[in-house]
Design a protein around this ligand. Sequence first.
Ligand code: CIR
Length: 255
Amino acid sequence: FRFTHAVTRRPAASITRGLRAIDIGTPDLATMQGHHAAYIAALRATGATVVELPPLDAFPDSVFVEDTALCLPQGAIIMRPGAPTRLGEAAEMAPHLRALYTTVAFITGPGTIEGGDILVTGREILVGRSARTDAAGIEELRALVTPWGHTLREVHTPPGVLHFKTDCSLLDAETILSTKRLAASGCFDGYRVIHTADGEEAAANAIRFNDTVLMAGGFPATRDRLTAAGYAVTEIGNSECAKLDGGMSCLSLRF
Ligand code: CIR
């Protein structure tokens, strides 16, 4: 959770056509742009260098850059998104990571894997199998990261949940913020777990970036739990990304 860089992409006007599991309304571009600017300002306040890539109108979901790559100390790995409309976003990200990394590897398929299903903790890489991330994609990632000294453990994203990290985040090397439904699967046994408050499951997608936890606004009970546990919390508006099943982690690549 100690990072020097974040890569982001500004939302495009086509965001109104972004993927969503349930239609609870069309995101408002101006409001999302305001939230996105606040997110970038919060990352910069942690001391990070923040790369802001321009909007990509051809890819409505391209603001959610996390799904396109996995950034590790040893190198970056370009993902292979399972959503057909998002496949091309990964190739768009590759040159930008080549400019920042000496080693850039690729998931070439036929499997699929999205960054939202990957949680890197202090001791291992957890990958949730989901509607977007399949066994072949996970095995291809395992073959790339094992020689780099990482241990990969396959877990399960709960049914009906978009990504593994929709329901959890890393708070520090040993501590996970998780919904009760995900933690009940036992995937975090051996870690310290802080549960989101009942009815605030959407607060689980947060990020620890240096000394700050960025979380979506509107979840006061969970925020108070994090504050009581000693974390410095910054709340960011997420109403528009939430309409597209997106949250704090989706909006950046961190390394
Ligand atoms: C999608 O369905 O792919 C986007 N609307 C949301 C992606 C959210 N990304 C993430 O959780 N890492």
